[in-house]
Design a protein around this ligand. Sequence first.
Ligand code: PRP
Ligand code: ZN
Length: 283
Amino acid sequence: MLRIAVQSKGRLYDETMMLLEEAGIKLNRGKRILLLSAKGFPVEVLFLRDDDIPQSVANGVADIGIVGENEYVEKGQEAKLIKRLGFSKCRLSLAIPKDEEYKGAEWFEGKTIATSYPVILRSFLEERGVKADIHVISGSVEIAPGIGLADAIFDIVSSGSTLVSNQLREVEVVLPCEALLIANNNLSKEKLEILDELLFRFEAIQIAEGKKYVLLNAPKEKLDEIIEVLPGMKSPTITPLANDEWVSVQSVIAEKHFWEIIGKLKSLGAEGILVLPIEKMIV
Ligand code: PRP
Ligand code: ZN
Protein backbone atom coordinates (compact mmCIF):
# COMPACT_ATOMS: atom_id res chain seq x y z
CA MET A 1 0.00 0.00 0.00
CA LEU A 2 1.36 3.42 -0.99
CA ARG A 3 0.03 6.54 0.74
CA ILE A 4 -0.24 9.69 -1.38
CA ALA A 5 -0.69 13.12 0.21
CA VAL A 6 -2.69 15.57 -1.90
CA GLN A 7 -4.08 19.04 -1.32
CA SER A 8 -7.55 18.84 0.24
CA LYS A 9 -8.79 21.91 -1.61
CA GLY A 10 -7.37 24.83 -3.52
CA ARG A 11 -5.08 25.51 -6.42
CA LEU A 12 -3.93 21.94 -7.13
CA TYR A 13 -6.98 19.99 -6.07
CA ASP A 14 -9.00 19.60 -9.29
CA GLU A 15 -6.12 18.75 -11.56
CA THR A 16 -4.61 16.37 -9.00
CA MET A 17 -7.88 14.47 -8.71
CA MET A 18 -8.21 14.35 -12.48
CA LEU A 19 -4.69 12.95 -12.85
CA LEU A 20 -5.34 10.26 -10.24
CA GLU A 21 -8.59 9.30 -11.89
CA GLU A 22 -6.99 9.06 -15.34
CA ALA A 23 -4.31 6.88 -13.76
CA GLY A 24 -7.02 4.45 -12.66
CA ILE A 25 -7.17 5.49 -9.01
CA LYS A 26 -10.85 5.61 -8.23
CA LEU A 27 -11.95 7.39 -5.08
CA ASN A 28 -15.37 7.98 -3.68
CA ARG A 29 -14.67 11.05 -1.69
CA GLY A 30 -17.09 11.93 1.06
CA LYS A 31 -16.89 15.30 2.75
CA ARG A 32 -14.49 15.56 5.70
CA ILE A 33 -12.89 12.20 5.02
CA LEU A 34 -9.14 12.64 5.31
CA LEU A 35 -7.87 9.21 4.30
CA LEU A 36 -9.32 7.12 1.50
CA SER A 37 -8.37 3.81 -0.06
CA ALA A 38 -8.53 3.59 -3.84
CA LYS A 39 -10.38 0.89 -5.69
CA GLY A 40 -8.37 -1.32 -8.00
CA PHE A 41 -4.93 0.00 -7.09
CA PRO A 42 -2.92 -0.40 -3.85
CA VAL A 43 -2.84 3.26 -2.86
CA GLU A 44 -4.55 5.39 -0.28
CA VAL A 45 -4.98 9.13 -0.50
CA LEU A 46 -4.41 11.47 2.43
CA PHE A 47 -5.95 14.93 2.07
CA LEU A 48 -3.88 17.73 3.66
CA ARG A 49 -3.25 21.47 3.52
CA ASP A 50 -0.63 22.14 0.86
CA ASP A 51 1.77 23.64 3.44
CA ASP A 52 1.76 20.34 5.39
CA ILE A 53 2.52 18.04 2.46
CA PRO A 54 6.35 18.42 2.23
CA GLN A 55 6.83 17.60 5.91
CA SER A 56 4.36 14.70 5.88
CA VAL A 57 6.27 13.11 3.03
CA ALA A 58 9.66 13.83 4.59
CA ASN A 59 8.73 12.21 7.91
CA GLY A 60 6.89 9.27 6.37
CA VAL A 61 3.31 10.09 7.40
CA ALA A 62 2.75 9.88 3.64
CA ASP A 63 4.96 7.97 1.18
CA ILE A 64 4.60 10.35 -1.73
CA GLY A 65 2.87 13.68 -2.30
CA ILE A 66 1.60 15.94 -5.02
CA VAL A 67 2.44 19.51 -4.04
CA GLY A 68 3.11 22.96 -5.47
CA GLU A 69 6.76 23.78 -6.04
CA ASN A 70 6.23 26.93 -3.94
CA GLU A 71 5.51 24.83 -0.84
CA TYR A 72 8.19 22.25 -1.62
CA VAL A 73 10.92 24.88 -1.91
CA GLU A 74 9.68 27.02 0.97
CA LYS A 75 9.51 24.15 3.44
CA GLY A 76 12.97 22.84 2.48
CA GLN A 77 12.09 19.37 3.72
CA GLU A 78 14.10 16.29 2.89
CA ALA A 79 11.77 14.70 0.41
CA LYS A 80 12.89 13.62 -3.04
CA LEU A 81 11.63 15.32 -6.19
CA ILE A 82 10.41 12.46 -8.39
CA LYS A 83 8.69 14.17 -11.26
CA ARG A 84 7.52 17.58 -12.47
CA LEU A 85 3.86 17.15 -13.28
CA GLY A 86 3.45 20.16 -15.55
CA PHE A 87 0.11 21.41 -14.27
CA SER A 88 -0.96 24.22 -11.91
CA LYS A 89 1.72 26.49 -13.29
CA CYS A 90 2.22 29.77 -11.49
CA ARG A 91 5.10 31.86 -10.18
CA LEU A 92 6.26 33.44 -6.94
CA SER A 93 6.75 37.10 -7.66
CA LEU A 94 7.41 40.44 -6.04
CA ALA A 95 4.78 43.09 -6.71
CA ILE A 96 4.63 46.79 -5.85
CA PRO A 97 1.93 49.50 -6.08
CA LYS A 98 1.29 49.94 -9.79
CA ASP A 99 2.27 53.60 -10.09
CA GLU A 100 5.65 53.27 -8.39
CA GLU A 101 8.68 53.65 -10.57
CA TYR A 102 10.83 50.49 -10.59
CA LYS A 103 14.39 50.15 -11.83
CA GLY A 104 15.62 47.08 -9.98
CA ALA A 105 15.64 45.08 -6.76
CA GLU A 106 17.22 48.00 -4.84
CA TRP A 107 13.68 49.44 -4.80
CA PHE A 108 13.02 47.04 -1.89
CA GLU A 109 15.87 48.39 0.29
CA GLY A 110 14.41 49.37 3.66
CA LYS A 111 10.87 48.47 2.57
CA THR A 112 8.38 46.10 4.20
CA ILE A 113 7.29 43.09 2.15
CA ALA A 114 4.28 40.94 3.09
CA THR A 115 4.46 37.24 2.21
CA SER A 116 3.66 33.66 3.18
CA TYR A 117 6.98 32.55 1.67
CA PRO A 118 9.68 34.13 3.90
CA VAL A 119 12.39 31.52 3.21
CA ILE A 120 12.33 31.92 -0.57
CA LEU A 121 12.05 35.69 -0.29
CA ARG A 122 14.94 35.97 2.18
CA SER A 123 17.26 34.04 -0.07
CA PHE A 124 16.30 36.17 -3.08
CA LEU A 125 16.95 39.39 -1.16
CA GLU A 126 20.26 38.11 0.18
CA GLU A 127 21.39 37.18 -3.31
CA ARG A 128 20.66 40.73 -4.46
CA GLY A 129 22.21 42.28 -1.36
CA VAL A 130 18.94 44.00 -0.45
CA LYS A 131 17.89 44.54 3.17
CA ALA A 132 14.12 44.61 3.62
CA ASP A 133 11.70 43.83 6.39
CA ILE A 134 9.76 40.61 5.79
CA HIS A 135 6.28 40.59 7.25
CA VAL A 136 4.85 37.04 7.36
CA ILE A 137 1.11 36.69 6.91
CA SER A 138 -0.72 33.51 6.03
CA GLY A 139 -3.45 34.71 3.69
CA SER A 140 -4.82 37.69 1.74
CA VAL A 141 -1.27 38.94 1.26
CA GLU A 142 -2.36 41.05 -1.69
CA ILE A 143 -4.36 43.48 0.44
CA ALA A 144 -1.40 44.37 2.68
CA PRO A 145 -0.11 47.39 0.69
CA GLY A 146 -3.61 48.84 0.29
CA ILE A 147 -4.21 48.86 4.05
CA GLY A 148 -0.78 50.19 4.88
CA LEU A 149 0.58 46.95 6.31
CA ALA A 150 3.42 46.65 3.80
CA ASP A 151 5.04 48.46 0.88
CA ALA A 152 5.08 45.43 -1.39
CA ILE A 153 4.13 41.76 -1.55
CA PHE A 154 5.78 38.49 -2.48
CA ASP A 155 3.13 35.98 -3.49
CA ILE A 156 1.80 33.51 -6.03
CA VAL A 157 0.78 34.98 -9.36
CA SER A 158 -1.10 32.94 -11.90
CA SER A 159 -3.44 34.90 -14.18
CA GLY A 160 -2.34 38.16 -12.58
CA SER A 161 -5.90 39.26 -11.91
CA THR A 162 -5.45 39.40 -8.12
CA LEU A 163 -2.62 41.90 -8.64
CA VAL A 164 -4.68 44.02 -11.04
CA SER A 165 -7.65 44.19 -8.71
CA ASN A 166 -5.37 45.30 -5.87
CA GLN A 167 -3.56 47.86 -8.04
CA LEU A 168 -0.26 46.07 -7.84
CA ARG A 169 2.34 45.38 -10.51
CA GLU A 170 4.60 42.32 -10.82
CA VAL A 171 8.23 43.46 -10.94
CA GLU A 172 10.35 40.36 -10.24
CA VAL A 173 9.56 36.72 -10.99
CA VAL A 174 11.51 34.85 -8.32
CA LEU A 175 10.39 31.24 -8.76
CA PRO A 176 8.33 29.65 -11.56
CA CYS A 177 6.21 26.89 -10.00
CA GLU A 178 4.24 23.83 -11.02
CA ALA A 179 2.83 20.70 -9.36
CA LEU A 180 5.52 18.22 -8.27
CA LEU A 181 5.49 14.58 -7.31
CA ILE A 182 7.70 14.11 -4.27
CA ALA A 183 8.60 10.99 -2.29
CA ASN A 184 9.99 9.93 1.06
CA ASN A 185 13.67 9.03 0.93
CA ASN A 186 13.31 5.57 2.49
CA LEU A 187 10.51 3.77 0.65
CA SER A 188 10.40 -0.01 0.93
CA LYS A 189 10.87 -2.18 -2.15
CA GLU A 190 7.16 -2.93 -2.22
CA LYS A 191 6.29 0.78 -2.16
CA LEU A 192 8.85 1.60 -4.83
CA GLU A 193 7.22 -0.96 -7.11
CA ILE A 194 3.83 0.67 -6.70
CA LEU A 195 5.42 4.07 -7.32
CA ASP A 196 6.99 2.75 -10.54
CA GLU A 197 3.62 1.57 -11.79
CA LEU A 198 2.09 4.91 -10.91
CA LEU A 199 4.85 6.78 -12.76
CA PHE A 200 4.33 4.57 -15.79
CA ARG A 201 0.64 5.55 -15.80
CA PHE A 202 1.36 9.27 -15.28
CA GLU A 203 3.79 9.20 -18.18
CA ALA A 204 1.26 7.54 -20.49
CA ILE A 205 -1.16 10.34 -19.65
CA GLN A 206 1.44 13.08 -20.16
CA ILE A 207 2.58 11.71 -23.52
CA ALA A 208 -1.00 11.64 -24.81
CA GLU A 209 -1.54 15.26 -23.81
CA GLY A 210 -1.77 17.64 -26.72
CA LYS A 211 -2.07 14.81 -29.24
CA LYS A 212 -4.95 13.75 -31.49
CA TYR A 213 -5.72 10.60 -33.39
CA VAL A 214 -6.56 11.17 -37.06
CA LEU A 215 -8.38 8.84 -39.43
CA LEU A 216 -8.94 9.73 -43.07
CA ASN A 217 -9.52 8.36 -46.54
CA ALA A 218 -6.82 9.15 -49.06
CA PRO A 219 -6.63 8.74 -52.82
CA LYS A 220 -3.79 6.21 -53.44
CA GLU A 221 -2.06 8.46 -55.94
CA LYS A 222 -1.56 11.10 -53.22
CA LEU A 223 -0.64 8.68 -50.45
CA ASP A 224 3.08 9.51 -50.33
CA GLU A 225 2.43 13.22 -50.02
CA ILE A 226 -0.21 12.64 -47.37
CA ILE A 227 2.14 10.45 -45.32
CA GLU A 228 4.69 13.23 -45.38
CA VAL A 229 2.22 15.61 -43.75
CA LEU A 230 1.38 13.01 -41.09
CA PRO A 231 4.48 12.12 -39.08
CA GLY A 232 2.72 9.74 -36.66
CA MET A 233 4.42 7.95 -33.81
CA LYS A 234 6.61 5.88 -36.11
CA SER A 235 4.72 5.64 -39.39
CA PRO A 236 1.02 5.89 -40.16
CA THR A 237 -1.18 2.80 -40.45
CA ILE A 238 -2.57 2.24 -43.97
CA THR A 239 -5.53 -0.09 -44.60
CA PRO A 240 -7.13 -0.93 -47.94
CA LEU A 241 -10.71 0.11 -48.75
CA ALA A 242 -13.37 -1.59 -50.93
CA ASN A 243 -12.66 1.00 -53.62
CA ASP A 244 -9.08 0.14 -54.53
CA GLU A 245 -8.17 3.66 -55.60
CA TRP A 246 -8.52 4.75 -51.97
CA VAL A 247 -6.92 3.74 -48.65
CA SER A 248 -7.66 4.53 -45.04
CA VAL A 249 -4.87 6.25 -43.08
CA GLN A 250 -4.52 6.46 -39.29
CA SER A 251 -2.00 8.52 -37.38
CA VAL A 252 -1.26 10.72 -34.38
CA ILE A 253 -0.76 14.48 -34.71
CA ALA A 254 0.22 17.25 -32.32
CA GLU A 255 -2.65 19.50 -31.36
CA LYS A 256 -0.63 22.66 -31.93
CA HIS A 257 -0.14 21.80 -35.63
CA PHE A 258 -3.71 20.62 -36.00
CA TRP A 259 -5.23 23.23 -38.35
CA GLU A 260 -2.11 23.47 -40.46
CA ILE A 261 -2.06 19.69 -40.98
CA ILE A 262 -5.80 19.42 -41.67
CA GLY A 263 -5.52 22.20 -44.28
CA LYS A 264 -2.72 20.37 -46.10
CA LEU A 265 -4.59 17.05 -45.97
CA LYS A 266 -7.70 18.60 -47.50
CA SER A 267 -5.75 20.21 -50.30
CA LEU A 268 -4.16 16.82 -51.05
CA GLY A 269 -7.63 15.34 -51.54
CA ALA A 270 -8.13 13.58 -48.16
CA GLU A 271 -11.77 12.92 -47.31
CA GLY A 272 -13.79 11.77 -44.33
CA ILE A 273 -11.25 13.18 -41.88
CA LEU A 274 -12.02 12.05 -38.34
CA VAL A 275 -10.14 13.49 -35.34
CA LEU A 276 -10.32 11.74 -31.98
CA PRO A 277 -8.96 12.60 -28.55
CA ILE A 278 -6.25 10.31 -27.12
CA GLU A 279 -6.56 9.48 -23.47
CA LYS A 280 -3.36 7.54 -22.91
CA MET A 281 -0.38 6.55 -25.01
CA ILE A 282 2.20 3.85 -24.28
CA VAL A 283 5.26 4.24 -26.49
C1 PRP B 1 -2.85 32.78 -4.72
C2 PRP B 1 -2.34 34.15 -4.38
C3 PRP B 1 -3.35 35.08 -5.00
C4 PRP B 1 -3.84 34.30 -6.19
C5 PRP B 1 -3.18 34.77 -7.46
O1 PRP B 1 -3.73 32.30 -3.77
O2 PRP B 1 -2.27 34.32 -2.97
O3 PRP B 1 -4.40 35.35 -4.11
O4 PRP B 1 -3.50 32.93 -5.99
O5 PRP B 1 -3.77 34.16 -8.62
P1 PRP B 1 -4.13 35.06 -9.91
O6 PRP B 1 -2.85 35.67 -10.40
O7 PRP B 1 -4.68 34.06 -10.91
O8 PRP B 1 -5.14 36.08 -9.52
P2 PRP B 1 -4.23 30.78 -3.79
O9 PRP B 1 -5.39 30.66 -4.72
O10 PRP B 1 -3.10 29.86 -4.06
O11 PRP B 1 -4.79 30.56 -2.35
P3 PRP B 1 -3.99 30.64 -0.96
O12 PRP B 1 -3.30 31.97 -0.95
O13 PRP B 1 -5.11 30.54 0.02
O14 PRP B 1 -3.05 29.47 -0.91
ZN1 ZN C 1 -1.78 27.95 0.10
